[in-house]
Design a protein around this ligand. Structure first.
Ligand code: ZN
Length: 205
């Protein structure tokens, strides 16, 4: 969808408010469809306007009994960024489709698109992990193994998947170190107990 078209859709005319598709978080939308003043469950037939933030919407819904207008979010946000925009941009990056292609698909399905500046803003949020190649090193916590892995993979994000037995032992060792400072840990049987718990959890996995 062209940027101008997206802009036009942003102006809240009733026609665009009540037509087309949206990607919503059903549980979140259901939870939010309640009048702020009287608690009555609101109807989507009483939307008076819509504020589009990419694929995320904040609907203004009028309560039939009391006439108060409640803002109703169609999905979750962290206050600044909407979950649906994050995942769509992540999808665009992972699939290699990019902003233009994703907006074309959305336009075909009559879903308001993500304006390029918004797409860019979200790319900065989800980009660092998505844009990098990821490698998992299965090793034994040996620092020389990790050092050589880092040297061989400049610019890649390395995740270490250590052998679980080794982790339990290493954890135990660190607990004994901690016990020097925290006397409670030094009491007889405490570290043994923690290690046993960890071992049990490890075996249950
Ligand atoms: Zn009400």
């Amino acid at each position: 969808m062209a940027a101008a078209e997206i802009k036009k859709r942003k102006s809240s005319d009733i026609e665009s408010v009540i037509s087309g598709y949206r990607i919503v978080d059903l549980r979140e939308l259901g939870r939010n469809l309640k009048c702020l003043a009287c608690g009555t469950v609101l109807s989507l037939e009483n939307i008076v306007s819509e504020k589009l933030l990419g694929l995320h919407s904040v609907l203004s819904v009028k309560c039939h009994p009391c006439g108060i207008i409640t803002p109703v979010a169609t999905g979750r946000t962290d206050g600044r960024f909407a979950d649906i925009n994050k995942v769509i941009v992540l999808g665009a990056i992972h699939s290699g489709a990019g902003c233009v292609t994703v907006n074309k698909i959305l336009a075909t399905t009559d879903i308001p698109g993500l304006p390029p500046p918004t797409h860019k803003r979200y790319e900065r949020i989800v980009g660092p992990s998505a844009g990098l190649e990821v490698r998992v090193v299965i090793g034994n916590e040996d620092s020389s193994t990790m050092a050589s892995a880092h040297a061989a993979a400049t610019g890649m994000k390395i995740f270490k998947l250590a052998d679980k037995n080794h982790l339990v032992k290493k954890f135990g060792k660190e607990l004994y170190e901690l016990a020097k400072v925290h006397k409670e840990l030094g009491r007889k049987g405490v570290i043994d107990h923690i290690e046993k718990e960890l071992q049990l959890r490890r075996d249950a996995e």
